[in-house]
Every structure is written in C-alpha cells, then in structure tokens.
Design a protein around this ligand. Sequence first.
Ligand SMILES: [Zn+2]
Length: 269
Amino acid sequence: MTNAITVDLEDWYQGVGIPVSEWGRYEKRLRIGFDKLMNLFEKHNTKATFFILGKVIEDHPDIIQEVIDAGHEIGCHGYSHLELFYMNKEEFDKEISYCKELIKLFDKEYIGYRAPYFSIDARSLWAIDVLKTHNFQYDSSIFPGDSKRTGIPGFRRDIHKLENNLIEVPLSTFKIGKMDFALGGAYFRLLPYKYFAKKLSQVNKTRPGIFYIHPWELDPKHPYLSSLSRRRRLPHYWFLDKTEKKMDQFLSDGEFVPLIDIVKNKINE
Ligand SMILES: [Zn+2]
C-alpha cells in the first residue's frame, strides 16, 4: 500500500496559538528542520505534499522555490494559522485570496488545502464551500475523531467526494483505548516506532495512510516556551531529538507519494 507524506510548512512558533501579530519577536529557524527533512526526502527519493503557510512565503521565498524545484507538491495552509472556527467566512475568504496571490509569484496554483490544526469541524464546515469557490480540488483538514481541540467523531475515514464535489482526504486516525490518535506529528513522536508502524499497517488494510509532519519537529534545539499552556506545551516538545532518526526509518520502510497521486483518481471520477 502506498501512503501519502504531507508537511505543514511553518516555523516552530507559528502553530502554538501565538497570534500572527507577535511572530516577529521569535527566532526564525525554519531552515534548520527544513534542510533535515529535505535531505531525508532526497535520500529516500520521496516526494511529499507541502502545505505552505502564507507568512512563510513572505519570509522564506528561497525555501518555497526549493520545494518547487525538488518536485514536491505544494498546497495551501492559510496565512495566520488561526483555527477556522475562530474566523468567519469573510476573513477566511480574504486569507485564501491573499495566499493565492502569494503563490502566483512562483507561477503556481494550489489544488489542495489543509486547515491550521485540522480545524475544519462542525463549527467551520462552511469553509468547504469557500474552498470550492476558490477552485481547490481537495481538502485535507478533517480529523475523523476527537483530538480534544478539534475533530469530527464518526466522520468517514476514507477519501471521498463531498456534496459540493470537493474531495475530502481526512487525516488518518486510529483508536488506542478510547483515545483518537493520528498518523503523524506529536503522535508519531510519542508512540514507539514499531507500534506506530503496526497501526499504519492496520490503516492500510482499508485505505492509504495520510501522514503529517512539521520541519520544527526535526529541530530539537528550538526555544522552549514555558509560557504556553500545558496542553499545548507538552505535545509540542515530546521526543523532538528522536524525530529525525525515526523519520529516516519510516521513509525506508514504506512507499510514499504526494497527496495528489492518491487523490487524482477521485478527482477524475
Ligand atoms: Zn500548521
């Protein structure tokens, strides 16, 4: 079974609840984790999907060009990294329009979208129609289950067409006891590798795995923010020093493609 690798391309301080207006105070370190990740992709001859934060396009045009030149797929991750359920339709529409303008500078267009924190849930389902009006072809923003922060318990876990014809590619989730876990991020760092691999093979009995990671997860020396709430802080810093090696193992054990390779048959259906 072929699985998809996705990268949410953002710096270490951009996905921890700090507002975009304060990002200027923090040390830009995206390059450190990004280079490690790109080296691993090159070593294993792997192409991934990069969901790019708009602010990253402004701050690191060199990195965006490298992603494109290496032949990875690019997708949109919004601009401010604010949960969609804290935005209204007009604010979201404005962010998406701006992100599309930014990527045009690279002669590129987006096909896929991923919401910050997988924040399309019952409170923000309106976003699906906004994406459609902007000609996105697929969305990969729904956590089928309860992540405590977001998620839609009982939501379909397979890739499927929504009512408005947008393709939904839910993140791969699985149960451990009563808790919902996902294929990537802090869950990848927390679970022992062999156990994680076993969970992926269980997912693969019925569907491709949709895996996600961030470059900062390969940068264990990024600053420690003691001011974050415990709920945000603990998972953010779990086992960061192990990620690079674990990722190396993961990429050598399986076959991975960008999301578009898995979604394109559905789009043409
Ligand atoms: Zn993100």
